[in-house]
Write a protein that binds this ligand. Structure first.
Ligand SMILES: Cc1cc2nc3c(=O)[nH]c(=O)nc-3n(C[C@H](O)[C@H](O)[C@H](O)COP(=O)(O)OP(=O)(O)OC[C@H]3O[C@@H](n4cnc5c(N)ncnc54)[C@H](O)[C@@H]3O)c2cc1C
Length: 462
């Protein structure tokens, strides 16, 4: 359906939804037209803000009846332009479904609605001596539904896995309004297709998640951190692999190129030690026994020194994390940037960061690397520091494309945790062959035959 036809049907959708008692916004919708991805914006025609699964079902029934595109939305912190609405289409904002329905401490599960903010879940779990181990810098605003829909990873994935590893069950509404429940509070489950795993990472294109059952862990009380400077990014990457392989079981292993840290330091007006180093490694270990946790930390320190660290210091945890977490925000303040969150088999990671810099030099661009070194998931941001730098407009697309080709040649994935959205969908054929993409398309057609649910995301246009 063309854009003006969509716009023409919006008033009827508003009337129907309000008739069902659903809160609908039709003005001041700009904030719902973007997420945290650079350069993407689209004005929606209406924003529906349901409070229950039944209201979500009513929204999807209306979308189906009027053939209107509808885009689910959580916290809007996504970095793949996956929450951008279709022009004049509907946004289904899930922030009001924000109840933690249950913390089942005995079975160690949480049952939550999709609009629960990640940090609120952390705090609720901690009150029971439990933890939900997925964590990331956007914790204060991203929502559990968005985390599931993107299969979010984050900084503790090296030890505890990504969002998919925590999800044991899902309630979801399909296009047209039917409600499905899949999985539940069991550690094992072989009853048919694991539809909850299919919905995880589906970026709102298959169904709208209205409840998630998540496994919880006992909260480890001891956490120790180290900071180590290196003379080169590649050496730091090599040392990260050595720590990862040594059995000290780090709960975070973050590589921070010094120029990336400097952007955050300037923004925060705060300095980390070792301003002259080329790269820093942050290593964190946690456990239930203080002595053993310290032993692990000390063993990690030995490995770092043995693998080229110029120094190892017990990290001022809060300061280091503050700087690490501020990098994305600092990058956003530059005249332009584009982020790639590729993930490669661990062993290829040092070579990958080397190749990123080689490509940047070749195209006259600047690049910074940082992120989850322990699992090969490196954020590579091509940045434009000055507006007058005209090699940006000419070259950045080719540089990103060359970089993605290298990622795939290493056996990697073009996105480790942010998803494809609109940002990377056209690059998917670099990684997957035509028959695999066709199998995905067949699935999408089966669940959403009219293609109304978050259209244009994940799959490249035919
Ligand atoms: C500073 C910063 C740091 C970040 N760090 C990380 C990181 O370390 N690791 C990481 O993985 N990500 C990171 N991100 C990206 C982002 O926070 C995650 O992708 C997060 O999971 C998005 O959640 P959200 O609620 O904001 O989703 P949104 O951006 O609102 O939506 C993302 C996708 O989920 C879909 N969606 C949302 N809710 C539902 C639902 N209930 N049912 C179906 N589909 C739904 C949307 O349609 C869209 O496709 C970071 C972002 C920022 C800004």
């Amino acid at each position: 359906m063309n854009v003006s036809e969509i716009a023409r049907r919006i008033p009827e959708a508003v009337e129907r939804l309000r008739g069902e008692g659903i809160d609908v916004l039709v003005e001041d919708l700009e904030a719902y037209g973007r997420d945290e991805t650079e350069d993407y914006f689209e004005t929606p025609g209406l924003v529906a803000r349901p409070r229950s699964t039944a209201e979500v079902a009513a929204v999807l029934r209306t979308a189906d009846a009027l053939d209107l595109p509808v885009t689910p939305r959580g916290g809007g912190t996504g970095k793949a332009a996956a929450a951008i609405p279709a022009p004049h289409g509907m946004v289904l904002a899930l922030g009001r479904l924000n109840r933690i329905r249950e913390i089942d401490a005995q079975n160690r599960f949480a049952v939550v609605e999709p609009g629960v903010v990640l940090q609120d879940l952390h705090e609720a779990c901690a009150e029971h001596g439990l933890c939900y181990p997925v964590d990331m810098s956007s914790r204060g605003s991203c929502m559990i539904g968005g985390n599931l829909a993107t299969n979010a990873g984050g900084e503790r994935a090296i030890k505890y896995g990504v969002t998919r590893d925590q999800v044991r069950g899902v309630e979801a509404v399909l296009m047209g309004g039917s409600v499905i429940r899949t999985g539940g509070k069991t550690s094992k489950n072989s009853a048919g297709y694991a539809l909850h795993h299919l919905l995880v990472g589906s970026e709102g294109t298959l169904g709208v998640i209205t409840e998630a059952t998540l496994r919880l862990l006992t909260l480890p009380p001891y956490r120790k951190a180290l900071l180590a400077p290196f003379e080169s990014l590649e050496r730091a990457a090599d040392a990260a692999l050595a720590v990862e392989a040594a059995g000290v079981d780090p709960s975070a292993l973050e590589l921070i190129e010094r120029s990336a840290a400097a952007l955050a330091e300037d923004m925060l007006n705060e300095r980390l030690p070792h301003a002259d180093a080329a790269a820093l490694l942050l290593v964190e270990v946690e456990g239930f026994h203080e002595g053993r946790t310290e032993e692990n930390r000390d063993r990690a320190a030995e490995i770092l020194l043995h693998n080229g660290a110029e120094d190892v210091m017990v990290a001022p945890r809060e300061r280091v994390w503050r700087v690490r977490h501020a990098i994305a925000e600092a990058v956003k303040q530059l005249p332009a940037y584009t982020s790639v969150d590729a993930c490669v088999p661990r062993r290829s990671m040092p070579q990958l960061v080397h190749e990123a810099h080689k490509i940047a030099v070749q195209y006259g661009l600047e690049v910074i690397c940082f992120g989850h070194a322990g699992d090969g998931n490196i954020h590579t941001d091509f940045i434009r520091r000055r507006h007058e730098d005209d090699s940006w407009d000419r070259n950045v697309k080719s540089a990103v494309r060359d970089y993605l080709r290298v990622v795939v040649a290493f056996g990697g994935t073009i996105t480790g945790e942010h998803g494809l959205g609109l940002l990377r969908r056209d690059d998917l054929p670099l990684q997957l062959d035509a028959s695999t993409i066709e199998a995905m398309r067949a699935l999408k057609n089966a669940w959403d035959p009219k293609g109304l649910l978050n259209p244009g995301k994940i799959l490249p246009p035919l």
